[in-house]
Design a protein around this ligand. Structure first.
Ligand SMILES: NC(=O)c1ccc[n+]([C@@H]2O[C@H](COP(=O)([O-])OP(=O)(O)OC[C@H]3O[C@@H](n4cnc5c(N)ncnc54)[C@H](OP(=O)(O)O)[C@@H]3O)[C@@H](O)[C@H]2O)c1
Length: 395
């Protein structure tokens, strides 16, 4: 039997052989993952795989790629063969940048701060689509969240809407831009609703930041002078995001669960939370980017629901043997009704406390959630914190 080998293939055979030897050798000595191996093959200087495989893959920008959600979006894009550029506040912390490159093999890191105009035009240059995820979170280290969220959205969108290659923008907003500041009589929310900033909810800097940044994005995209090509926008409005962290630095969501586990939050309001696993939320962003039917729409992102107190109960039920058995009492809603006079935090939440608080998406067919078990999502969050040594095993 004769095997016919094309001349083109024969001419490449030496370089492909060297590529395989080099990369398999590296893999054996460094114990690397399949992702990293594939990335090394694609970028190998000994053969043309890089040219063949990577040239045609779409390039996406993910802002705030060091974040809890954005790092998962970037990871899933890379796993699906896309190219990813990610923004970070600064490249000054070399160890952090190296860790990100290890977690996200092939990512192109660029610096752009939400509070400064520099870097955004370069960040969007040549990209096919933009995931705008970065936003100052509800953590004590962030102040003037509204300022950062709004200027960042303006700088990014000005650059993206002027960039000839950008085909679509997906913005990460929040339920915080939908479901707060309404009269208590309103107990059912869809993507048609907007958080009312006139009263107590408007005094909460995080609610304000998400609402105003999302409104600005819709205004800019709808303005034909700023968006002459009519680049489409889709928005995702997640509930509380939980689940494992890819990045080894603590972020808002897992900090909250950690504080509950450690008993630092001894009492919680009587409130239903709408929860999405971070892996599902990331996958939903990618699904929405790919689906033109989502253009011009907002999308709730939540796979399950549970009372805040249930988080502590799950931890106590499943992690008592490891030294974590918190008891979170439920604060009577009437008491919070009195306290809201003194606290804008409580005032912003009050309309949703102690009563049903239903979310219903207008677009149920857009994404099928893989992680819908509330208890399991909290359990996975705890395991992730043990794995990153944010929580010590106490037994
Ligand atoms: N976590 C939730 O439960 C939840 C719920 C609904 C919506 N969201 C939204 O989802 C998105 C991601 O949240 P997350 O939980 O993943 O938060 P996160 O881990 O804190 O990620 C936020 C990202 O934004 C970046 N960032 C903040 N301020 C910046 C600035 N001035 N310049 C440049 N980058 C800046 C952070 O950079 P550094 O790493 O330097 O801090 C980080 O990469 C946000 O838009 C958030 O509002 C979150």
């Amino acid at each position: 039997m004769r095997v016919r080998v094309s001349r083109r293939f024969r001419s490449r055979l030496p370089s492909i052989t060297v590529c395989l030897i080099v990369n398999i050798g590296t893999s054996l000595t460094q114990n690397i993952t399949l992702d990293v191996f594939m990335h090394q093959m694609q970028n190998c200087t000994y053969c043309e795989f890089k040219v063949n495989v990577m040239k045609n893959a779409a390039l996406y920008l993910v802002t705030g790629v060091s974040g809890y959600l954005a790092s998962w979006i970037a990871r899933q894009l890379l796993e699906q063969g896309y190219r990813v550029r990610g923004t970070v506040r600064s490249l000054g912390d070399a160890a952090r940048a190296d860790e990100l490159r290890r977690l996200l093999p092939g990512v192109d890191l660029v610096a752009a701060d939400l509070r400064a105009p520099d870097g955004w035009t370069a960040a969007v240059a040549g990209v096919d689509g933009v995931f705008h995820v970065a936003s100052p979170q509800a953590v004590p280290s962030e102040s003037d969240r509204t300022g950062g969220a709004v200027t960042g959205t303006r700088y990014l969108l000005q650059a993206a809407l002027a960039c000839p290659t950008v085909g679509k923008i997906v913005l990460t907003s929040s339920e915080a831009a939908i479901a707060y500041g309404h009269p208590r009589a309103k107990q059912h929310f869809t993507e048609d609703d907007w958080t009312v900033l006139d009263g107590a909810a408007g005094k909460n800097d995080y609610f304000r930041s998400k609402t105003l940044a999302e409104r600005l994005a819709w205004d800019m995209v709808g303005d034909s002078k700023i968006n002459p090509r009519g680049i489409p926008l889709s928005v995702i409005n997640p509930g509380f995001i939980a689940g494992p962290s890819l990045v080894p630095w603590a972020r808002f969501s897992l900090d909250l669960i950690k504080n509950l586990a450690e008993g630092r939050i001894p009492a919680v309001p009587d409130m239903l939370t709408h929860v999405v696993d971070v892996r599902d939320c990331a996958a939903m962003h990618i699904a929405v980017m790919a689906n033109p039917a989502t253009n011009g729409h907002r999308h709730f992102s939540f796979g399950t629901e549970g009372k805040m107190a249930r988080i502590a109960e799950v931890i106590a039920e499943r992690f008592a043997t490891q030294g974590y058995a918190p008891r979170a009492r439920v604060i009577p809603t009437w008491l919070l009704g009195l306290a809201r006079v003194f606290s804008s935090e409580i005032g912003g939440l009050y309309s949703k406390l102690g009563q049903p608080n239903h979310y219903e998406t207008r677009w149920p067919g857009v994404f099928r959630y893989q992680y819908r078990d509330f208890d399991q999502i909290i359990t996975d969050s705890m395991h992730s914190m043990f794995a990153h040594a944010w929580l010590a095993r106490r037994t």
